[in-house]
Design a protein. Sequence first.
Length: 306
Amino acid sequence: MKEVIEGVFAAIAVPGTGSLGNAAIVDLGDATLVVDTFTSIQAAEDLQAAAEYLMGRKVSYVINTHWHSDHTCGNQVFVPAAHIISTSITREIMDTFVRDRIMQQLAKPEAIYEAIDEIDEQIQRETNEKLRQEMQWDTASDREYMKMLPNLVYSLPNLTFDQRMTIHGSKRNVELITFGGGHTQSDALVYIPKDRIAITGDLVLSKHHPVLMYANPQQWLDILDKVEQLDIERIVPGHGEVCSLNELHEVRGYIKNLLEIVTDAAQRNQSLDEITIPSAYQNWFFTTYFKSNLQSLYKWIKKIGK
C-alpha cells in the first residue's frame, strides 16, 4: 500500500498472488472510492479491509477501468454496499464474453490445470532467470484464480457512463473519463483534478510490457495523447509502481516502436520469431507478452491493410 498523497492510496500488486493488477483507494471525504478489485476474492477482501481500516467506513463506489479479470473479479466482495461503475461497453463485454468464458472455465477446469502444468514443465527448462521468475509468478497467479473460481459470484457494474461522470465528495471530486478503447474495447481512467493524479488502469504501465491482445494500438496512442493533456503530476498505473508522465511516454514509445518493427517485418516477410526484445524493454516485466504482442500487432496491421 503506497500513499500517493493524503487520502489517495495505491494498492500495488504483489507478483505471483491473487492481486495481479493494481488497485487504488480514494477518500472522497464523505465516501470511499476503490478503483479495480484484483483477480481473486481473497485479494479483494484484503483490499476491502485496507480501505475500511484507512477510511473508517465501508466502500461506497468501485470503478472497473476495463473488463480484464485482474481488475474485476473481486467485485463481489464490495456488493451490495458499493455501487460498481464502468463504461457501458465494458459492462456489456463483462455480461457476455467474460461471463461465457467463466462458464467454460468452470465446465472444464482440468484443461486449464493441464495448461498450467505444461508451463511448469517449461519453467524447469528455462535458462533465463528473469523469464523463469516471471513464468513462476504467472502460474502462481493462475492457480490462485482457479482456486477461487468455484466461489466466484461474477458481479457486474450497476452504474455505467459513456464519456464522463463526476463523483462529488466533501473532500475531493473524481472524474471518470473514457476516451474510447485502446488497451481493450473500452478503457476508463479516474482523474482527481485537485491532486493532479490519474488512476489509469492498463492504459499506462510502469516498467511492464503493455498487453496488446485486445488492443487497438492507434486508438491507444490517441488516448494517451488526450490523457497527457490533463493536468497530471502522478499516475497510479495498472501494473508497476506509482509513476509520472514519463511512464506514459514510455508506453507510447513502446507501442510506436513495436508497430515499426512489425510493419518492417511484414514488408520483408520476416518471421516474428526472429524478433528479439529491444534493449530498452529487456528489464521490463510481463516479458512473456512480447511475442504475443508482436502477433497481435501483425494481425492488426493486416486487418487495416485490407
